[in-house]
Design a protein around this ligand. Structure first.
Ligand code: B1M
Length: 229
């Protein structure tokens, strides 16, 4: 192992060492190093999805655990999130590259009061990669913004993301408003985010809770197929 003050040349590390080093760099919020690491793994033939899930998302889990345990604080987590986004930006065009005909359209947003967007962005990317058109409303999205986007884009799917126990309940507000306006049956509603589970998804009247981006893609495809059948 290298001494602390010894410069680490990422390209000289083998895949396992590089993955571990990148997770350390993510923890330390080192965006240029994350970008370099992603470039190296791509040049070694890694699949973009594997880099995302096995290195970056796995690294973010450690950040999350230490944030929960009071070892890391908001500024450090913001830096880690920035580094994660740097890697995701590089992977995005590779994940969304698809010549497939569009399977459907999804409007997606992180709900009101919530500014977490890494997971929602990942879901958007994976959906685009699978052939969906994605209209991303960003963070802190209130019911009026969802309604306006539904009116404008006429999506097949409405996707909502929430990372806080205090904001996930807003999803119900949106779904109830859709019902009041007679729009609920025209849309498939999928929801996700760390504090949610299937029971919550059912309780608020969503069509499906999706535990991760890969499940979101599979679920969206299944629901669209069922609906057209
Ligand atoms: Co926040 N934060 N945070 N935070 N943050 C959590 C969520 C927390 C669990 C940390 C903890 O205590 N362990 C905790 C919530 C506790 C709770 O409610 N039970 C928490 C807190 C408390 C807070 C603040 C209140 C802290 C404070 O200010 N005191 C504050 C709230 C701000 C607000 O939103 N109003 C806050 C702020 C922040 C930062 C700004 C610093 C930053 C966000 C940066 C950003 O997103 N641009 C941040 C981060 C990064 C986290 C953690 C560490 C990581 C979240 C993340 O990006 N994970 C998080 C801890 C954790 O989750 N373990 C935490 C990686 C991402 C790939 O996973 O988002 O779960 P995730 O997405 C997954 C699935 O959930 C699913 O697929 C994704 C990928 O496969 N999924 C969907 C998500 N959305 C989906 C939608 C779908 C389908 C699937 O369909 C539409």
């Amino acid at each position: 192992m290298a001494d602390d003050d010894e410069e680490i040349i990422l390209s000289e590390l083998d895949d396992a060492e590089l993955s571990e080093q990148m997770q350390d760099d993510l923890y330390d919020g080192l965006k240029p190093e994350i970008i370099e690491g992603v470039e190296i793994l791509l040049s070694r033939g890694w699949e973009p999805y594997d880099i995302l899930t096995k290195v970056l998302v796995a690294g973010m889990k450690v950040v999350g655990d230490d944030f929960r345990d009071g070892i890391l604080f908001v500024p450090e987590v913001l830096l880690a999130a920035g580094a994660m986004k740097g890697g995701m930006e590089l992977l995005r065009p590779l994940l969304v590259e698809t010549g497939a005909p569009k399977l459907g359209k999804m409007v997606v947003g992180t709900v009101k009061g919530d500014i977490h967007d890494i997971g929602k962005n990942l879901v958007g990317m994976m959906m685009e990669g699978a052939g969906f058109e994605v209209i991303d409303l960003g963070i802190n999205t209130d019911v009026e913004e969802f309604l306006a986007a539904i009116d404008e884009h006429k999506p097949d799917i409405l996707g909502m993301s929430a990372l806080l126990t205090t904001t996930m309940t807003y999803m119900k507000v949106v779904i109830e408003t859709l019902k009041d306006k007679g729009l609920r049956d025209q849309l498939l509603v999928i929801v996700g985010g760390a504090p949610l589970n299937e029971e919550f998804g059912n309780a608020i009247g969503a069509d499906a809770y999706c535990k991760d981006a890969a499940v979101a893609v599979e679920t969206a495809k299944r629901l669209i197929t069922q609906r057209s059948a």
